[in-house]
Design a protein around this ligand. Sequence first.
Ligand code: NAD
Length: 258
Amino acid sequence: MTATGRLAGRIALVTGAGSGIGLGIGRRFAAEGATVLFTDIDGNKARTAAAETGSHAATLDVTSEASWIEAAAVVEHTLGGIHILVNNAGICVPGSVEDTDFSAWRRSHAINLDGVFLGCHSLLPLMAKTTEATGLGGAILNISSVSAMVASANFASYNSSKAAVRHLTKSIALHCAKQRYAVRCNSIHPTFIDTPLIDTLAKGADHAAMIEKLARQVPIGRVGDTDDVAWAAVYLCSDEAKFVTGAELLIDGGLAAQ
Ligand code: NAD
C-alpha cells in the first residue's frame, strides 16, 4: 500500500518505538507525513529507528514521571507541540496468579498500565493546546491486547494490566469529549504479532517454531505482522476516524470471534 499523507501536519510521539509494533507504527506515521518522535527506554534503539526516516528520537522510560516531563518539554520546545500519542511500550511476563511474584506483577502494571496513565496525564494538556492552535485533530492510541478480552490461566499480570488499559482508554475518551478537546482516545487489541516480544513466550524455543505454533491458534492461520497494527493505528489517528472515540479494535485474525 502507498502512503498518501494521511497524517500530514501532525506531530506524534510513540513509546517503545525502538522495536516491534512501536517501530512499525513510527515508520508508517512518518511515511504518512507525520513528524514523529521515536521514544524508548533504550535510547540507542530509538535513535536508530528515527534515523531511518529522518525523524526525532528521545529516551523515555514510561514508568517515570520525570521522564515524561522531559519528553513533554522536547515535544513542546523542539517539535512545537503534539497531536498524537501512541502508548505502545509494554512487556509480557507469563505466569499464573500462583507463580507471578509481587515484583513481576508490579513491573507489568508499572509499564503496561502506569505508563499509559502517565503518558496521557503528562501530555493531554499540551495535546489540547496544540490541536486548538493548529486546527488539526489529535488522538491517543493505547496498544492493549486481545488478552484484555480473552484471559489465560498463565497470563495473570498481562491480562490484568491490558484489561485496565482497555477501560482507562474509555474514561480518557469521555473526559476529552466532555472537555470538548479535539483529541480522541481508542485502544487496539492485537493477538500474536511477530516481534521480539514473542520470544518471552517461547521459553528458549526457536522463534520460527514458536511463530508456527502460535499461528495454529489463530483462525486466519497466521500470526500478525507489525503493519497489520500500524495501518489500524494510521486510521485511528487520522481524520478518517474523526467520529471514533472510546472504541476498541481487535486485530486478531478472528481469535476472539470464537
Ligand atoms: P517489543 O518487545 O518488540 O517492543 C517493546 C519495546 O518497548 C522495546 O523496544 C522496549 O525497549 C520498550 N520498553 C520496554 N520497557 C519500556 C519502558 N519502561 N519504557 C519505554 N519503553 C520500554 O514488543 P512488541 O511486540 O512490539 O509490543 C508492543 C506492544 O504491543 C506492547 O504493549 C505489547 O503488550 C503489545 N502487544 C504485543 C503483541 C505481540 O504478540 N507482539 C500482542 C498484543 C499486544
